[in-house]
Every structure is written in C-alpha cells, then in structure tokens.
Ligand binder design. Structure first.
Ligand SMILES: [Zn+2]
Length: 332
C-alpha cells in the first residue's frame, strides 16, 4: 500500500471514529457500537505500527477494493472464516440474480428493428452494460446500449447498475442523443469516484431505418454493408472522466440486410492459449460473412468463432456482443 493509501485510510477511520464516538455517547453506550469503536481503534493502531491492510492469516496484502468498502476487514479473500465465506457466496448469488433481472428482452423486435445479444460475466457478476429501451409507443425509437465499466466483479457491477439507472431515466426525457449522453456523463461523473469510468455506445434506432450513434470511448461498432465494413470510432471520451465532456453523434441509414455489431473487450481481447488476441480483424471477417442474415445469426457466428479461437482457454473478461438489423416486416 502506498503512503497516500495509508493516509486515505487513516483519514477515513479517524472520521468514522469521530462519528461513532458521537453515536456511542448518544445511545448511552450501546454494546455493539462500543465494540465497533474498539475495532476502529485497533485498525488505527495497526496503521501506526505498519500492519494495516495485511491479512491476519497469511500476512499478504488485503485486496484494496475490499478495504475501501470495509476498512475494518482483517483477512484476504483466501482466508475468510467459513461464516464470512458463506455470507460472501450468498451475496454474490443474490447479485447475480439482481443483475439477471436488469437484462433486456432477448431477440427483441421493436420500431422496425430486431436485436440480439449475448451477455456473459467472467465471474458471478459483470461490469458490462447491455440494454435496450423501447417505449410503449410502437412508432417510437429504440435505444440500444453496450458499455464496459472499468474494473471487474461486484464493484464494477454496482457502477453498471448506477449507469443503467441514469441512462434509463434520461431516455424517457425525449432529449437529442447528444444532450442525453452529455447529461449521462455529467450525472455519472457526479456519482462515482474520479478513478471510475465507463466506455459506452449509445444509439437510437428510428422506425424509418435512421440510426444515430454516440461512441463514448468504446471499441468501435461495425456497420456491415454489402462489400464493406465501416467502423464507428469514438465520438467522445469515456463517461465519468470529465464532467463537461463534449460528444458527437454519427448518423447512418439502414437498408434491409445491413447489420450493426457491438461488443466489449471480452471478445476483442480474448486470448488463445498461445497468447494471441482475437482482435478486430477477425471480428470483421465474421461480420462480413453475415451480411443479409439475422442479428441472431450474427451473434451466434461470433460466439462460434470465439469458441473455436479460444480452443478451451477460459474467459478472462466479461463478454457482451450485440447485433442489430432491420426486422423482416420493416418498410425499406
Ligand atoms: Zn490471507
């Protein structure tokens, strides 16, 4: 742990101590609070003697993310008591269920579009954000989103839930796409620590076949057309970095057979046993071969090709793939 980390934890603990002391006095010395105060004092003591942040059992560093959530913990993840382990497993199982309820409808058809996606956490929960928002108005637009919150695991999944709430609230307000992303960025900036950010592609698909896309620092979506693949490079910075970041919008008109593919690092940076990366070139080839097919077929092809490439190597990152195309019944 760096000097700055220690200082941060000392300030945090001192602040908590002050508040606890007030609470203990106010409740006439409630035993649980008095015990907590004692634990805070012990943690401050460990800071003084240079033992803070080390596991009581193996003396290795305790994961810093976990200390930030609970500065009083004294063991690393490998050395939890059976009781703590059970509690953690139950928390994770619940988090997995909660996150599952946040996913949009599979194989959605709305506003003259059809959308398919694959969403696969590397662990219990994912830091990827995958969403589709269509209002009750059948003539209304369809919003599609795919993003990646920096980091992994539970902390990233909570930020993902925060981002989802922000975007869903704003999507209801009938704003121009650019304004929507700028506001989402500002709100996300205000709700997270400076070291946290998210890359995101946010698009709006109109019943007419018009498409608007804003790419906030995410890997470029691919627009698959006859004989050509266009990449939609970043039109702004990731969300959460600077409160007043500007964003631009790209526009495209879709014909029957055209497809749009979005993915996260879990696909592009997937590794073969030899260390080789999956990469954009390979995705372009798979996507080009799918021109004219359904969005579902495209997602399936990507997954098949990824499995063949990985040849049994385990996934190391959260994986999301989304594809959009015009629905069969949509007007040309
Ligand atoms: Zn340990």
């Amino acid at each position: 742990m760096t000097e700055a980390d220690i200082l941060e934890f000392r300030n945090e603990l001192t602040d908590r101590r002050r508040r606890l002391e007030g609470a203990v006095a106010g409740t006439g010395g409630l035993p649980q609070l008095t015990r907590l105060l004692q634990e805070v004092d012990e943690a401050l003591q460990r800071i003084e003697v240079g033992l803070y942040g080390r596991c009581d059992t193996c003396h290795d560093d305790i994961e810093k993310d976990r200390l930030r959530i609970d500065p009083l913990i004294r063991t690393c993840l490998d050395h939890l008591t059976p009781e703590e382990q059970r509690a953690l497993e139950q928390d994770l199982a619940l988090a997995t269920r909660v996150q599952g309820t946040m996913l949009p409808q599979r194989n959605l058809r709305a506003a003259g579009w059809e959308v398919s996606f694959h969403y696969e956490p590397a662990g219990a929960v994912s830091g990827d954000y995958c969403d589709l928002i269509s209002g009750n108005d059948p003539a209304g637009d369809l919003f599609f989103l795919l993003g990646d919150v920096a980091g992994k695991g539970v902390a990233a999944s909570m930020l993902m839930a925060c981002l989802r709430a922000i975007v869903r609230t704003l999507a209801d307000a009938n704003l121009p796409l650019q304004t929507l992303v700028e506001r989402a960025n500002r709100l996300f900036c205000e709700s997270v620590l400076p070291s946290h950010y998210a890359t995101l592609v946010l698009g709006r698909a109109a019943p007419s076949g018009e498409l608007e896309i804003c790419n906030a620092g995410h890997c470029p979506p691919l627009l698959v057309r006859p004989g050509a693949i266009e990449t939609i490079e970043a039109t702004g910075l990731p969300l959460g970095l600077f409160c007043s970041s500007p964003y631009e919008v790209r526009r495209a008109r879709f014909s029957r057979g055209d497809l749009l593919v979005l993915c996260t690092d879990g696909l592009l940076e997937a590794r073969h046993g030899s260390g080789a990366e999956y990469g954009m070139g390979r995705l372009k080839e798979v996507a080009a071969a799918c021109y004219g097919k359904s969005s579902r077929a495209l997602v399936e092809s990507c997954l098949q090709d990824l499995r063949a490439f990985r040849a049994g190597a385990p996934p190391s990152d959260d994986l999301s793939i989304m594809a959009l195309g015009r629905a069969e019944s949509a007007a040309r």
